[in-house]
Design a protein around this ligand. Sequence first.
Ligand code: FES
Length: 111
Amino acid sequence: MEDQDLEWKEVGEVNEWKPNSGRLITIGARRLGVYRFEDRFYAVKDYCPHAGVSLVAGATAENSLREPVVTCMAHGWRFNLEDGCMVGGHGDCRVAAYPCRIVDDKVEVGV
Ligand code: FES
């Protein structure tokens, strides 16, 4: 999707995220995990395609991310926060990923 087609939604202030962690954000009917890793923000659908567990639930503590990858706390499937693709196999298994941007210290997600 082109940037001009996106609707940008403010989801919080940068300092509401602990370093290298995620928070559950709801935008309409969408449940997203919005993650801060180092100086970047990422957003992916908060639904593990294996058995439907929340992905962000295991990543809310400070420094729970060691790389821009979230690990499902149920059975360990891992998803790249850049594009939502599963790390290490299972074909085209992925979760939806959404762009993020920072505007005046506010985090915005494009949907
Ligand atoms: S529910 Fe996520 S790995 Fe099983």
